[in-house]
Write a protein that binds this ligand. Sequence first.
Ligand code: NDP
Length: 534
Amino acid sequence: MAKSAAKPAQRTKSAASATAARQNETSRNGANVNGQRHAAGLSVARGTPERNQRDSLAGIWDYAPAPETSKVTIADRYGLFIRGKFTEPRAGKAFATINPANEERLSEIAEADGADVDAAVSAAREALPRWSSLPGAERGKFLYRIARRIQERARELAILETIDGGKPIKESRDVDIPLVAQHFFYHAGWADKLQYAFPGRSPRPIGVCGQIIPWNFPLLMAAWKLAPALACGNTCILKPAETTSLTALRLAEIFAECELPPGVVNIVTGAGATGAAIVNHAGIDKIAFTGSTDVGKKIAMAVAGTSKRLTLELGGKSANIIFDDASIDQAVEGIIEGIYFNQGHVCCAGSRLFVQEGVVSEVVRKLRIRLASLRVGDPLDKNTDVGAINSREQLTKIEGYLRLGADEGGTLCQPGSAALPKKGFYCRPCFFTGVQPSHTIAREEIFGPVLAVMTFRTPEEALLRANNSPYGLAAGVWTDKGSKILEIARKLEAGVVWLNTYNKFDAASPFGGFKESGFGREGGMHGLRAYVEV
Ligand code: NDP
């Protein structure tokens, strides 16, 4: 991690800028960098009439650029959010955060050490008695206010999420941010009804919660952690991932705007060492972690033998099962949604595809065609389907798996010929056929847009193969037969099973894993249990 000495904070600059300006230029001139001309929202390649006649429609027509042009201000430097205020880290250390779509530096983020974590824990501990003894309806009002403010600032949050993390604007705009608001609304509703969630019991808050989140859904993971904890009367210390701290810090501004009492939520930024300082702090009553199974295991060992509560949401290698009686066109859309959503940076991604032998050639043929239609590129373009990989490190890891998949005997299909942006971290979505269950790409979580296609003959074989994984986070089943759905879903070792759909999320629906995918549930009534003593 690059570190630099502290500098005075808060000169602002506009960020969506470079790309948007370039693309505005394009539309003003009516021609883009490839010499294409736009007409009625489409662009037509220049060429002789004979050539145009010869080419297929798909070859000569393309979408015009549709860049998100709203400006978002980003400070040159961000401090830690402790006791309701942004403060400098004690040691004055900071690290740079970049835009993975073009590698431009966005800002400098404070790096918290043990002393800063200690200050955050003291703030949360001091805020606890007043916050936990507020009537639930009063806590609920704060959560409603936060939810509404998130909605009001939704566009800004979506753009910032995309700039900082690389996900397509249409996903941050239509999926992430609406779900963030929904989580605060949903848990606002529970704040004064906890006794109905636990009939005959007296639910009490656990205390001070340390919450550590990953980079794939930065603001959504913050909402999954904070909203239930606050509704149940706990106070929090949240650590976002090193590469994606900006929206959590923007959420801190919203907390301050909504006059959430100081110390109820503290946000400490930094890398793994900051997370470890939270995990090991004696003043914390509960750790909630989402991230890799390796780090989850370390955390489980660190809290073993202490009185800390623990919930772990870890990795996955989820099975998406297509039976021969399924609607194949729908299933192909489900495969796309399952593995290429958010560049495949999804813990529950349907990364192992099991297709019944009779329909495998049809599924693979249609998948290849559909894959070729996905637009990979500038995440701020509203037409983009697959944005930037979150970091160079993650791109290198994915490319390593692509080589390994081919070395182990798989056949790579990675269609699409449009040029990728010259700067930034990009990987064309792809799939491997000829994969055996023993291959590394069929066993390990890649966390990228890479699908392993395998086959099965009978429902029993599908189940055996799907359950043959150390993970157990999610699964998908595609069939026309209701009885088969119920039978298979019951026997799948997965926390969530989607039937004739994939990657659908709702605040009212619990999410979590089996086996090495972790334990505890987030969302729904089940998720409240992780934040109360009963
Ligand atoms: P990590 O598990 O390393 O990171 C998750 C969070 O934990 C981050 O905030 C990270 O900080 C922090 N952290 C790292 N080390 C420690 C530690 N020793 N104690 C406490 N906190 C720690 O995941 P990565 O982001 O490195 O991703 C690696 C792999 O993990 C991915 O390729 C994927 O396989 C999996 N993953 C799974 C996710 C899921 O939702 N299930 C989400 C993200 C990743 P920082 O990032 O600042 O280092």
